[in-house]
Design a protein. Structure first.
Length: 380
């Protein structure tokens, strides 16, 4: 059965993303695996995207990520302009069997409003929505619009209207998991790594405090708001503090960053990221939010690095305590668990990733959901 999917990755970053990128990373992982299963993919993103696809549409030449710092109505304007392009395309042709949408709220409302003749829409939730029920108010579209989560925990917390439209969850994946069990082990260094946006929910302040108290070398990798390099943040003026993540870094994290035991290295990408991750003694997820999907978690397992984490959000679904990582609900115990991370077998982490978190596993799950939605939408 041939299938053409319009994959909407939004206007914010190119696909694959240049360094940090959540949704765009997921799309870049999923699309090649879907195409290997014979799915035709029309990618709606920005002109600078280089991911090989069957066709592409774009409204903006380049990613609009920097605009996310602008007032809310301008951000919505960009999102709407991008979606107008998607909708124009949907009206202009009849070969799109399904829309797989990754753009938050605004996108779904627009696609919902398209009427009964439009193709079915699968919307993947990427965020922890418990705190933002208003974003999905008035979700309708009957059987034409369905949502999936990236973990069972995320769906369980989602507003009722979303759960009623849910077709289940699909865990995230990483190309690093392909043949991960066959990869030779890498010598582990002393450092513990926190990989992700520097933001209160990811708990870098707790990681840094524990590193200083317990005495382990800690590397914090990831952007602080729009700043990818320490030098850029240092050169930024006072206005930078308008960004809550910049404030969090200055007020809660910076006091522990001594450039020796605790270092912030900015955003890491490509081979640098993989080497930092594979050589870490453990990755640490000192979560203060309900992590919805955790790409960095499955990447860590794929590279044979045990995960030490607060057992929140998707973590207990992705990590088995004692076998692929160590989990606790207790912030203070987290520091002791870091010291025990060597007890976890890197081979076991890689085997788990190769079995559960490959792009092929994710793509097969999505094709099953696409089929389910198409059957539903064509049922008499
Ligand atoms: N990432 C990266 N470089 C960094 C920090 C993060 O490449 O310095 C990547 C990370 O490897 C992962 C993604 O950005 O692929 C973050 O996704 P995740 O689901 O872990 O967190 P999110 O930021 O989407 O909540």
């Amino acid at each position: 059965m041939s299938l053409t999917v319009l994959m909407n990755a939004g206007p914010w970053l190119s696909v694959p993303p240049p360094g940090y990128g959540g949704i765009e990373n997921v799309v870049a992982t999923l699309v090649p695996a879907l195409r290997r299963l014979g799915v035709r993919v029309v990618l709606a993103s920005v002109g600078s995207s280089t991911l090989p696809v069957d066709e592409r549409i774009s409204v903006f030449a380049d990613g609009q990520f920097a605009a996310l710092q602008r007032p809310y109505n301008q951000v919505c304007g960009i999102s709407q302009a991008h979606l107008a392009g998607v909708v124009r395309e949907l009206h202009a042709r009849d070969d799109i069997d399904l829309v797989h949408d990754h753009v938050e709220a605004v996108g779904l409302a627009t696609l919902t409003a398209m009427g009964p003749d439009a193709p079915p829409v699968l919307h993947t939730l990427h965020w922890d929505l418990a705190k933002h029920p208003e974003l999905y108010g008035g979700l309708d579209g009957g059987d034409r619009v369905r949502v999936n989560g990236v973990s069972a925990a995320q769906l369980a917390r989602a507003p009722k209207a979303l759960r009623e439209h849910s077709v289940g969850h699909v865990h995230l994946a990483t190309p690093l998991a392909i043949d991960a069990h066959r990869r030779p082990g890498v010598a582990k260094g002393e450092h513990v790594l926190v990989l992700g946006r520097i933001t209160p929910g990811k708990g870098q302040d707790l990681a840094a405090r524990l590193a200083q108290r317990v005495g382990f070398p800690l590397v914090l990798a990831g952007p602080v708001g729009p700043y990818h390099r320490p030098a850029d943040l240092a050169a930024a003026g006072d206005d930078a503090r308008l960004n809550p993540d910049v404030r969090f870094f200055h007020d809660e994290v910076a006091r522990y960053v001594d450039g020796d035991r605790v270092r912030w290295v900015g955003t890491v990408a490509g081979r640098d990221r993989d080497e930092l991750l594979a050589g870490a003694r453990a990755t640490l997820f000192p979560l203060r939010w309900e992590e919805p999907g955790g790409t960095a978690v499955v990447e860590s397992l794929a590279l044979g690095t045990p995960v030490v984490a607060i057992a929140r959000g998707c973590l207990p679904e992705l990590v088995e305590h004692g076998r692929t990582g160590l989990l606790t609900a207790d912030e203070e115990e987290l520091g002791d668990l870091v010291l025990a991370a060597d007890l976890v077998e890197p081979d076991e982490c890689r085997r788990e990733a190769a079995a559960r978190f490959t792009p092929a596993v994710m793509a097969r799950r999505y094709v099953a959901l696409y089929d389910q939605l198409r059957r539903r939408s064509t049922a008499p």
